[in-house]
Design a protein around this ligand. Structure first.
Ligand code: AMP
Length: 399
């Protein structure tokens, strides 16, 4: 299946192209046709599955044929970070489309509120809001939701955990009764069912099976600054009793650098990357399989398809770009019901990404203390938003 199969507006297909999405994820395959057919849906989907685009894309397509000038779509999210991320995806996907959005959340100084207010008064299509902040805007009469055609509850379970039930019900009372409502939740406790019964109309259910790491993998992580990663790795390799080791780094350059540094420290590591000839790669894998080479360092090229028995340690020198990559990488160890260890190095910038992996796999990975003699690592701050791509409010200037 491709994105062309949904019959999206060409402007959206251009946006998809720019974002680099090539094929729909399973949740997108299932949810998009239902949303395009105006169905309410309850979707059980974790972060990392592509759930945001699963509702953003069909909604953008529908908004394109609506009149602009009033808020037509309201997205509720539990946190400011999630609201910002949703807004970024909308901004990317709608880059070529005449659709505007604004995140509305608490915190920040008065100037942020002034910007939000100006945008709302200009007439914005989509508002992405945290419930508490939205309630205060509704109370002062600035925000009018009587033209809303689509309501999305994202991470609904988390919103209820944070005590937003009453706020959500109150917000819904401001919306027209005839609307499309989409509820996304990572888990489906009875409270979510109750909420769905109360505010959705005959919803279709969408659930996707997600990959889970094998049971036999002992997952661990270190919070560590970049400059201390190599020293930490050396210590783990020296102190641990590992026989067959895979180390993943984010780029070919890092792989080569790491190979150099580890070899200088006397460790018999070999690099595996796309600059090697096919025959060289095959030879390396043969040596690794026969345990002549105890450790390989490589990029994600290594994580797919390499089926070697007896790998007892996988190290993620960098947090992998998406949760599925994490599962593929660590799945190289503990194959065929054996056991193995997977250790991930998490720098402050990657805490957020790592937290997404934890929520997809449904497992909090223990964060170990740095070994004695090495500098302490940073604190784990999963909710800090450090992607560096904060919204610049530029789309309102664009229009
Ligand atoms: P989400 O589950 O919505 O948090 O999305 C997880 C990540 O996957 C985000 O970084 C998206 O930009 C990305 N993503 C969503 N859909 C696709 C797709 N079809 N192809 C590639 N990446 C995607």
């Amino acid at each position: 299946m491709t994105f062309d199969d949904f019959g999206f507006d060409p402007d959206l297909l251009d946006g998809l192209d720019t974002m680099g999405y090539k094929t729909p994820t399973p949740i997108q395959e299932q949810a998009i046709p239902l949303i395009l057919k105006d169905r309410d849906i309850v979707a059980c989907a974790q972060t990392g599955t592509g759930k945001t685009a699963a509702y953003v894309l069909p909604l953008l397509d529908k908004i394109l044929s609506l009149e602009h000038g009033a808020i037509n779509t309201l997205i509720l999210a539990p946190t400011r970070e999630l609201a910002q991320q949703i807004d970024q995806q909308i901004e990317g996907l709608a880059y070529y489309a005449n659709v505007s959005s604004i995140p509305v959340y608490g915190g920040g100084d008065g100037s942020v509120w002034e910007q939000q207010k100006r945008a709302i008064q200009k007439g914005v299509d989509i508002v992405i809001a945290t419930p508490g902040r939205l309630i205060s805007h509704l109370a002062n009469g600035l925000l009018k939701l009587d033209q809303v055609k689509h309501l999305v509850l994202d991470e609904a379970d988390r919103m209820l955990d944070m005590g937003f039930w009453d706020d959500i019900v109150k917000i819904v009372s401001y919306l027209p009764q005839y609307r499309q409502t989409l509820l996304f939740s990572a888990t489906m406790p009875p409270k979510i069912r109750q909420l769905a019964n109360q505010i959705l109309n005959n919803p279709a259910e969408v659930t996707i099976a997600i990959s889970k790491p094998a049971e036999g993998i002992l997952q661990q992580a270190y919070m560590v600054y970049d400059e201390n990663k190599t020293a930490l790795l050396q210590r783990i390799l020296k102190d641990g009793n590992y026989n067959s080791i895979l180390i993943f780094a984010s780029s070919k350059e890092n792989v080569k650098k790491l190979e150099r540094e580890l070899r200088q420290a006397g460790m018999p590591v070999k690099a595996f990357h796309s600059d090697l000839e096919q025959a060289e790669r095959e030879e390396l894998l043969r040596q690794f399989k026969s345990k002549q080479v105890p450790a390989l360092v490589g990029t994600d090229v290594l994580s797919r398809g390499i089926d070697v028995e007896g790998i007892d340690l996988v190290v993620n020198y960098d947090v992998p770009p998406d949760p599925e990559d994490y599962i593929h990488r660590i799945g190289r160890t503990a194959r065929a019901a054996t056991t193995g260890t997977a250790i991930t190095f998490v720098n402050p910038k990657d805490s957020y990404k790592f937290n997404k992996i934890e929520s997809l796999t449904g497992k909090i990975v223990p964060k170990l203390e740095m070994p004695a003699g090495l500098p302490p690592g940073p604190a784990y701050e999963p909710d800090s938003f450090k992607s560096g791509k904060k919204k610049k409010w530029n789309k309102f200037r664009k229009k």
